[in-house]
Design a protein around this ligand. Structure first.
Ligand code: SF4
Length: 59
């Protein structure tokens, strides 16, 4: 769910073991922390979601 969330900041912390960031809780996220279910998830608009997916898949 994180990759499609408006609060997700993919690869915001390059070269760290928790490279992603959740702006909702203001905390870094590792791959193991990405959520499949999250009550705070807010769907990003399509252009934001597409850009996030690209940044997530190509750090
Ligand atoms: S609010 Fe939930 S779904 Fe959205 S980025 Fe944070 S942890 Fe992921």
């Amino acid at each position: 769910m994180c990759v499609s969330c408006t609060h997700f900041r993919p690869n915001a912390h390059p070269r760290e073991d928790r490279p992603h960031h959740c702006a909702f809780v203001d905390a870094p996220l590792g791959a193991r922390h990405l959520r499949l279910e999250c009550h705070e998830h807010e769907a990003a608009a399509a252009p934001q979601a597409a850009a996030q997916f690209l940044r997530f898949s190509r750090p």
